[in-house]
Design a binder for this molecule. Sequence first.
Ligand SMILES: C[S@@+](CC[C@H](N)C(=O)[O-])C[C@H]1O[C@@H](n2cnc3c(N)ncnc32)[C@H](O)[C@@H]1O
Length: 243
Amino acid sequence: MNNNPWLNKAFTDQSLKNIDNKFAPQTASQVDFLMKKMQLSTGDILLDLGCGAGRHAIEFALQGIRVTGVDISPKMLEEARKRTEIAGVNVDYRLCDLALLGSLTLDNQSFNGAVCLCESGIGVLGGENSDFSFLKMVYDLLMPGAYFVLSCFNSIRRYIRSKDTNPHFDYINSTMKWRPNIEYDGEYLSEIQRQYTPSEIKLLLQLAGYIDIQVLSCESGIFVDKPMGIEDIEMLVVAKKVD
Ligand SMILES: C[S@@+](CC[C@H](N)C(=O)[O-])C[C@H]1O[C@@H](n2cnc3c(N)ncnc32)[C@H](O)[C@@H]1O
Protein backbone atom coordinates (compact mmCIF):
# COMPACT_ATOMS: atom_id res chain seq x y z
CA MET A 1 0.00 0.00 0.00
CA ASN A 2 1.64 3.24 -1.15
CA ASN A 3 -0.22 5.41 1.37
CA ASN A 4 0.94 3.37 4.35
CA PRO A 5 1.64 5.91 7.16
CA TRP A 6 4.87 4.07 8.02
CA LEU A 7 6.36 5.31 4.76
CA ASN A 8 6.17 8.87 6.15
CA LYS A 9 9.41 9.71 7.97
CA ALA A 10 8.03 12.26 10.45
CA PHE A 11 5.21 9.93 11.52
CA THR A 12 7.63 7.02 11.85
CA ASP A 13 10.10 9.06 13.94
CA GLN A 14 7.36 10.15 16.31
CA SER A 15 5.83 6.67 16.58
CA LEU A 16 9.19 5.07 17.27
CA LYS A 17 9.77 7.49 20.19
CA ASN A 18 6.36 6.50 21.50
CA ILE A 19 7.13 2.76 21.17
CA ASP A 20 10.50 3.26 22.91
CA ASN A 21 8.90 5.14 25.81
CA LYS A 22 5.67 3.24 26.22
CA PHE A 23 6.11 -0.31 24.96
CA ALA A 24 9.82 -1.16 24.98
CA PRO A 25 10.04 -1.73 28.78
CA GLN A 26 7.72 -4.78 28.51
CA THR A 27 9.59 -6.38 25.60
CA ALA A 28 11.82 -8.79 27.54
CA SER A 29 8.95 -10.19 29.60
CA GLN A 30 6.77 -10.45 26.46
CA VAL A 31 9.48 -12.53 24.77
CA ASP A 32 9.88 -14.75 27.87
CA PHE A 33 6.13 -15.37 27.74
CA LEU A 34 6.20 -16.10 23.98
CA MET A 35 9.21 -18.46 24.23
CA LYS A 36 7.18 -20.68 26.58
CA LYS A 37 3.79 -20.25 24.92
CA MET A 38 5.18 -21.00 21.44
CA GLN A 39 7.40 -23.80 22.77
CA LEU A 40 10.50 -22.26 21.17
CA SER A 41 14.03 -23.31 21.96
CA THR A 42 17.56 -22.25 21.05
CA GLY A 43 18.32 -22.57 17.35
CA ASP A 44 14.65 -22.37 16.26
CA ILE A 45 13.74 -20.06 13.40
CA LEU A 46 11.10 -17.37 13.78
CA LEU A 47 9.39 -14.77 11.62
CA ASP A 48 8.76 -11.35 13.18
CA LEU A 49 6.17 -9.75 10.90
CA GLY A 50 5.99 -5.97 11.11
CA CYS A 51 9.16 -6.12 13.21
CA GLY A 52 9.59 -2.34 13.42
CA ALA A 53 12.86 -1.31 15.05
CA GLY A 54 13.46 -4.92 16.06
CA ARG A 55 12.62 -4.84 19.77
CA HIS A 56 11.16 -8.39 19.79
CA ALA A 57 13.53 -9.69 17.09
CA ILE A 58 16.58 -8.62 19.11
CA GLU A 59 15.22 -10.07 22.35
CA PHE A 60 14.44 -13.39 20.64
CA ALA A 61 17.92 -13.40 19.09
CA LEU A 62 19.41 -12.86 22.56
CA GLN A 63 17.57 -16.06 23.58
CA GLY A 64 19.24 -18.00 20.74
CA ILE A 65 16.39 -17.79 18.21
CA ARG A 66 17.28 -17.18 14.54
CA VAL A 67 14.95 -14.39 13.47
CA THR A 68 13.82 -13.02 10.13
CA GLY A 69 12.19 -9.61 10.58
CA VAL A 70 9.90 -8.20 7.89
CA ASP A 71 8.64 -4.64 7.69
CA ILE A 72 7.37 -2.15 5.13
CA SER A 73 9.26 0.83 6.57
CA PRO A 74 12.85 1.45 5.41
CA LYS A 75 13.28 3.86 8.34
CA MET A 76 12.23 1.24 10.92
CA LEU A 77 14.50 -1.37 9.34
CA GLU A 78 17.45 1.04 9.31
CA GLU A 79 16.92 1.60 13.04
CA ALA A 80 16.45 -2.15 13.61
CA ARG A 81 19.79 -2.92 11.91
CA LYS A 82 21.61 -0.34 14.09
CA ARG A 83 20.05 -1.66 17.29
CA THR A 84 20.73 -5.28 16.36
CA GLU A 85 24.41 -4.50 15.80
CA ILE A 86 24.62 -2.70 19.15
CA ALA A 87 23.00 -5.71 20.86
CA GLY A 88 25.66 -7.96 19.26
CA VAL A 89 23.21 -10.38 17.64
CA ASN A 90 22.15 -11.25 14.08
CA VAL A 91 18.72 -10.79 12.56
CA ASP A 92 17.86 -11.16 8.88
CA TYR A 93 15.79 -8.03 8.07
CA ARG A 94 13.65 -7.83 4.92
CA LEU A 95 11.73 -4.92 3.42
CA CYS A 96 8.28 -6.08 2.33
CA ASP A 97 4.60 -5.19 2.54
CA LEU A 98 3.00 -7.99 4.58
CA ALA A 99 0.14 -8.05 2.10
CA LEU A 100 2.73 -9.39 -0.37
CA LEU A 101 4.50 -11.72 2.06
CA GLY A 102 3.99 -14.73 -0.22
CA SER A 103 6.15 -13.14 -2.90
CA LEU A 104 9.11 -12.53 -0.58
CA THR A 105 12.09 -14.82 -1.18
CA LEU A 106 13.26 -16.08 2.21
CA ASP A 107 16.27 -18.22 3.09
CA ASN A 108 13.97 -20.56 5.00
CA GLN A 109 10.60 -21.68 3.71
CA SER A 110 9.43 -23.23 6.96
CA PHE A 111 9.54 -21.59 10.42
CA ASN A 112 9.17 -22.83 14.02
CA GLY A 113 6.93 -19.85 14.74
CA ALA A 114 5.77 -16.40 13.70
CA VAL A 115 4.75 -13.25 15.57
CA CYS A 116 2.99 -10.09 14.40
CA LEU A 117 2.79 -7.80 17.40
CA CYS A 118 1.50 -4.32 18.21
CA GLU A 119 -0.88 -3.71 15.28
CA SER A 120 1.77 -4.48 12.70
CA GLY A 121 -0.34 -6.43 10.24
CA ILE A 122 -3.83 -7.69 11.05
CA GLY A 123 -6.31 -4.85 10.61
CA VAL A 124 -4.03 -2.54 8.64
CA LEU A 125 -3.58 -4.51 5.43
CA GLY A 126 -6.69 -3.22 3.68
CA GLY A 127 -9.61 -5.19 5.16
CA GLU A 128 -10.63 -8.72 6.02
CA ASN A 129 -9.85 -10.20 2.59
CA SER A 130 -6.23 -9.02 2.80
CA ASP A 131 -6.02 -10.10 6.44
CA PHE A 132 -7.31 -13.55 5.49
CA SER A 133 -4.74 -13.98 2.69
CA PHE A 134 -2.02 -12.81 5.08
CA LEU A 135 -3.07 -15.43 7.67
CA LYS A 136 -2.91 -18.11 4.97
CA MET A 137 0.52 -16.93 3.75
CA VAL A 138 1.85 -17.15 7.33
CA TYR A 139 0.26 -20.60 7.73
CA ASP A 140 2.11 -21.83 4.65
CA LEU A 141 5.41 -20.61 6.11
CA LEU A 142 5.00 -22.51 9.40
CA MET A 143 6.18 -26.00 10.25
CA PRO A 144 3.46 -28.44 11.38
CA GLY A 145 2.57 -27.75 15.03
CA ALA A 146 4.18 -24.27 15.01
CA TYR A 147 2.51 -21.27 16.62
CA PHE A 148 1.53 -17.89 15.21
CA VAL A 149 0.96 -15.13 17.79
CA LEU A 150 -0.50 -11.77 16.85
CA SER A 151 -1.92 -8.78 18.66
CA CYS A 152 -4.65 -6.55 17.29
CA PHE A 153 -7.37 -4.12 18.41
CA ASN A 154 -10.46 -5.45 20.18
CA SER A 155 -13.52 -4.02 18.44
CA ILE A 156 -15.90 -4.91 21.28
CA ARG A 157 -14.44 -1.94 23.14
CA ARG A 158 -15.33 0.26 20.17
CA TYR A 159 -18.89 -1.05 20.06
CA ILE A 160 -19.32 -0.39 23.77
CA ARG A 161 -17.58 2.96 23.92
CA SER A 162 -17.86 4.67 20.56
CA LYS A 163 -20.74 3.24 18.56
CA ASP A 164 -22.76 6.41 18.97
CA THR A 165 -20.08 8.93 19.77
CA ASN A 166 -17.16 8.34 17.43
CA PRO A 167 -17.93 9.43 13.84
CA HIS A 168 -14.81 7.62 12.62
CA PHE A 169 -16.04 4.20 13.73
CA ASP A 170 -18.15 2.38 11.14
CA TYR A 171 -19.99 -0.17 13.27
CA ILE A 172 -21.45 -2.02 10.30
CA ASN A 173 -18.03 -2.85 8.86
CA SER A 174 -16.11 -2.65 12.13
CA THR A 175 -13.63 -0.20 10.68
CA MET A 176 -12.01 2.80 12.26
CA LYS A 177 -10.88 5.74 10.20
CA TRP A 178 -7.60 6.96 11.65
CA ARG A 179 -6.88 10.49 10.49
CA PRO A 180 -4.75 12.64 12.85
CA ASN A 181 -5.48 16.33 12.58
CA ILE A 182 -1.86 17.29 12.06
CA GLU A 183 0.53 17.28 9.14
CA TYR A 184 3.55 15.00 9.01
CA ASP A 185 6.18 16.37 6.62
CA GLY A 186 3.41 18.44 5.02
CA GLU A 187 1.13 15.43 4.56
CA TYR A 188 -2.21 14.54 6.16
CA LEU A 189 -2.17 10.80 6.84
CA SER A 190 -5.11 8.46 7.06
CA GLU A 191 -5.74 4.75 7.30
CA ILE A 192 -8.79 2.51 7.53
CA GLN A 193 -8.23 -0.02 10.30
CA ARG A 194 -10.33 -3.20 10.41
CA GLN A 195 -11.01 -4.07 14.02
CA TYR A 196 -12.11 -7.53 15.10
CA THR A 197 -14.15 -9.10 17.86
CA PRO A 198 -12.39 -12.13 19.39
CA SER A 199 -14.84 -14.49 17.68
CA GLU A 200 -14.29 -12.85 14.27
CA ILE A 201 -10.52 -13.17 14.44
CA LYS A 202 -10.90 -16.75 15.67
CA LEU A 203 -13.16 -17.55 12.73
CA LEU A 204 -10.73 -15.99 10.24
CA LEU A 205 -7.87 -18.03 11.73
CA GLN A 206 -9.94 -21.22 11.69
CA LEU A 207 -10.86 -20.67 8.04
CA ALA A 208 -7.15 -20.22 7.28
CA GLY A 209 -6.50 -23.65 8.84
CA TYR A 210 -5.27 -22.79 12.36
CA ILE A 211 -6.32 -24.76 15.44
CA ASP A 212 -6.17 -24.35 19.25
CA ILE A 213 -6.87 -20.60 19.04
CA GLN A 214 -6.72 -18.61 22.27
CA VAL A 215 -7.55 -14.94 22.77
CA LEU A 216 -5.51 -13.68 25.71
CA SER A 217 -5.02 -10.48 27.65
CA CYS A 218 -2.21 -8.08 26.82
CA GLU A 219 -3.36 -4.94 28.62
CA SER A 220 -0.55 -2.41 29.14
CA GLY A 221 1.72 -4.70 27.13
CA ILE A 222 1.65 -7.41 29.80
CA PHE A 223 1.12 -10.80 28.15
CA VAL A 224 -0.70 -13.23 30.42
CA ASP A 225 -2.35 -16.62 30.13
CA LYS A 226 -5.87 -15.40 30.89
CA PRO A 227 -8.71 -14.49 28.52
CA MET A 228 -8.89 -10.97 27.14
CA GLY A 229 -11.11 -8.61 29.14
CA ILE A 230 -14.19 -7.45 27.25
CA GLU A 231 -13.10 -3.80 27.20
CA ASP A 232 -9.37 -4.37 26.69
CA ILE A 233 -7.84 -2.18 23.98
CA GLU A 234 -5.97 -5.06 22.35
CA MET A 235 -5.98 -8.82 22.30
CA LEU A 236 -3.17 -11.33 22.05
CA VAL A 237 -4.15 -14.18 19.77
CA VAL A 238 -2.34 -17.52 19.83
CA ALA A 239 -2.95 -19.99 17.01
CA LYS A 240 -1.33 -23.26 15.96
CA LYS A 241 -0.71 -24.97 12.64
CA VAL A 242 -2.06 -28.52 12.51
CA ASP A 243 0.61 -31.10 13.53
C1 LIG B 1 3.31 -0.02 15.98
S1 LIG B 1 4.69 -0.57 15.02
C2 LIG B 1 5.14 -2.02 15.91
C3 LIG B 1 6.48 -2.55 15.54
C4 LIG B 1 6.93 -3.79 16.30
N1 LIG B 1 6.10 -4.95 16.00
C5 LIG B 1 6.91 -3.51 17.79
O1 LIG B 1 6.09 -4.12 18.50
O2 LIG B 1 7.72 -2.71 18.24
C6 LIG B 1 3.92 -1.19 13.56
C7 LIG B 1 4.91 -1.71 12.52
O3 LIG B 1 4.19 -2.35 11.48
C8 LIG B 1 4.79 -2.03 10.25
N2 LIG B 1 3.80 -2.17 9.19
C9 LIG B 1 2.63 -1.52 9.06
N3 LIG B 1 2.00 -1.90 7.94
C10 LIG B 1 2.79 -2.84 7.35
C11 LIG B 1 2.68 -3.60 6.16
N4 LIG B 1 1.63 -3.48 5.35
N5 LIG B 1 3.68 -4.45 5.86
C12 LIG B 1 4.78 -4.57 6.67
N6 LIG B 1 4.92 -3.87 7.80
C13 LIG B 1 3.94 -3.01 8.15
C14 LIG B 1 5.25 -0.59 10.43
O4 LIG B 1 6.22 -0.20 9.50
C15 LIG B 1 5.74 -0.62 11.86
O5 LIG B 1 7.10 -0.92 11.94
